[in-house]
Write a protein that binds this ligand. Structure first.
Ligand code: ZN
Length: 131
């Protein structure tokens, strides 16, 4: 398993980790199979979405903020329930087909680490399963 260290700089942000995941897959030496990308946190997640127009990730954050308002009567004493809900919505893992030693992402797809309660030092686990 490869661990990618991620440093976030804002309370909420999407960080493009495609290059790091691609590098982890290449270093695994596995040519064909599945890459599992897992985020071991409860207020952050991982997703695949458009990486061509940077406005898309800002729009996703805006949409999530609208769906999960800070102003609700949250009970969790830590005060970060919106971050827990958003992390649940995007999910904590993705898997990508690997062929010829590379990720089979679509033309406009990138892999994003999704921070909802930063800034923090985070980790992303990558495990590649050969076929
Ligand atoms: Zn909490």
């Amino acid at each position: 398993m490869k661990v990618i260290a991620v440093k976030t700089h804002a309370r909420e942000e999407f960080l493009d980790i495609t290059r790091d995941v691609r590098s982890a897959v290449r270093n695994s030496g596995i040519e064909n199979g599945i890459a599992l990308v897992f985020v071991p946190h409860t207020t952050a997640g991982v997703t695949i979405n458009e990486n061509a127009d940077p406005d898309v990730k800002e729009d996703i954050l805006m949409g999530l903020k609208k769906m999960v308002p800070d102003s609700l009567a949250w009970r969790h004493a830590e005060g970060n329930s919106p971050a827990h809900v958003k992390a649940g919505l995007v999910g904590s893992s993705i898997h990508i087909i690997v062929e010829g030693g590379d990720l089979q992402l679509g033309t406009w797809q990138g892999i994003y680490f999704c921070e909802f309660d930063g800034p923090r030092d985070r980790n992303v686990f990558v495990k590649v399963f050969g076929q």
